[in-house]
Design a binder for this molecule. Structure first.
Ligand SMILES: [Zn+2]
Length: 266
């Protein structure tokens, strides 16, 4: 039997779906209980008093009943804030959804995220404040690899421990290869210097201290491709928002530019 307790907790609404005629199920990333599904009675009725607090990408302090198995309940909210830019911009929305999706895939349901709660909330704030969402996403992807059983050595050569010089990355050996040892893996990824530089940097950066980051578009493409290769071959999570991000590559530039303009005007 699970236990039930009243609790006050911070959280961010991840997504929701209609349930029965008048109700909703709302997935919230919470500070102490991880990703939890809440049953919100009457949420689809007009004039529902907690309507603003259960919109996706809303952060709030919630008061409710936590069941450690099964659905939990919300009875009141305070300090409701929306991540406005993320809500208004489909591109930012896709990155933010993917980042939360990765968190959910890594931790599962009802498992406390510990330090990762603050990290994910910081990433959402940073995306909302206009810091490059693609780069923030890459940083989360790299630092979350360990949760998926992939722990690449990005510190030094996996064969000889050399930490200076030119490197490539080997998926089969799980990390960096110095130039002397490129021959060890004929299928090494052939990443360029700049991509390796940022992969190493991203794996070591303190997410809570990320400020503005500027990286050339070409390098961003290379980083995206490298992480796609690692995630597709070694992680294999299936997150809807990621498919959307993949499709964005094929959009005309004008759409993406307009999306970014709207964001800076706010
Ligand atoms: Zn080596």
């Amino acid at each position: 039997m699970g236990t039930t307790k009243m609790a006050e907790f911070s959280g961010v609404v991840v997504y929701r779906r209609d349930y029965r005629e008048r109700d909703m199920l709302v997935k919230i990333l919470t500070d102490h209980y991880g990703f939890k599904m809440f049953f919100v009675r009457g949420a689809r009725k007009r004039g529902f008093k907690l309507a603003a607090a259960i919109l996706p990408f809303t952060s709030a302090t919630f008061i409710g009943t936590i069941n450690d198995s099964g659905l939990s309940f919300i009875s009141a909210v305070k300090e409701v804030n929306q991540f406005q830019a993320i809500c208004n911009d489909i591109v930012l929305n896709a990155y933010a959804s993917y980042v939360l999706g990765l968190g959910e895939a890594a931790f599962g349901d009802a498992v406390p995220l510990n330090s990762w709660y603050a990290k994910l909330v910081h990433v959402l704030k940073a995306i909302d404040n206009g810091i490059d969402a693609a780069i923030l996403t890459n940083i989360v992807e790299i630092q979350m690899l360990g949760f998926f059983g992939v722990k690449p050595n990005l510190v030094n050569c996996v064969v000889c421990a050399e930490s200076q010089g030119t490197f490539d990355f080997s998926q089969s050996l799980g990390g960096l290869l110095c130039q002397k040892h490129w021959h060890v893996d004929p299928l090494r990824m052939h990443l360029n210097r700049r991509t390796i530089f940022f992969l190493r940097k991203f794996s070591a950066v303190d997410i809570l201290k990320i400020g503005n980051i500027k990286i050339k578009d070409d390098t961003k493409k290379d980083l995206r491709a490298a992480l796609d290769q690692i995630y597709n071959n070694e992680v294999g999570v299936n997150i809807k928002a990621k498919h959307f991000i993949d499709e964005m590559k094929t959009w005309p530039k004008e759409i993406l530019r307009n999306s970014q303009d709207t964001q800076t005007k706010d």
